[in-house]
Design a protein around this ligand. Sequence first.
Ligand SMILES: C[S@@+](CC[C@H](N)C(=O)[O-])C[C@H]1O[C@@H](n2cnc3c(N)ncnc32)[C@H](O)[C@@H]1O
Length: 193
Amino acid sequence: VSRFRFRLMYLLGKTRWDSGITPPEVVEAFEEGEIPPGTALDLGCGTGTNAIFMAQHGREVIGLDFAREAIVRAKRKARAAGVADRVDVRVADVTRLARLSLPPIAFALDIGCFHGLPTEGQQRYASDLAQLMTPGGRYMLYTHDPDEARSANFGISQEDVRALFSEAFTITRQEHGEFRGGGTTWFWMARRT
Ligand SMILES: C[S@@+](CC[C@H](N)C(=O)[O-])C[C@H]1O[C@@H](n2cnc3c(N)ncnc32)[C@H](O)[C@@H]1O
């Protein structure tokens, strides 16, 4: 999905994913103490719900999204939540991570961004993220399965995710689910040491 389309969806409020609720999988990971201390990165952070959640759990958070409209709202929400000093949200392209001079990342979160990227962008994202992550760092990724009915390049298969990440990451857990009639997968990964 193009940047233009995402910006338009935020302008028009056609953002059904923007529920304002952090998924239970993420809440659980933080509450069970599975997330190492250090900087957290939210890739495709949207209006910042999960970046703010992570800041409230004591993390310094960097949130990236290429839709300016989403970042403006994320900044406003972080100020309202009193965590603006710990949430650094930026208009940026997640397929160009190496350009951003980011600090080492202990935890990365991607809810619904990766599966919509062009293949070449997915490859660059995967290798740049592996470079950024500290050994033993955790990565949680939520994807939609391919859906030809929606668009030829919507979604990603579990096999393709494995192929892109398994050299640098151990996939510690994987759960398939369903959302509004389509298949989805949560992946839990750890950066190999
Ligand atoms: C389905 S939304 C999910 C947003 C957020 N993670 C959430 O759970 O509310 C996908 C987000 O990824 C962003 N996005 C898509 N491609 C991107 C890219 N190449 N660089 C940065 N952000 C991107 C979109 O603007 C959108 O905000």
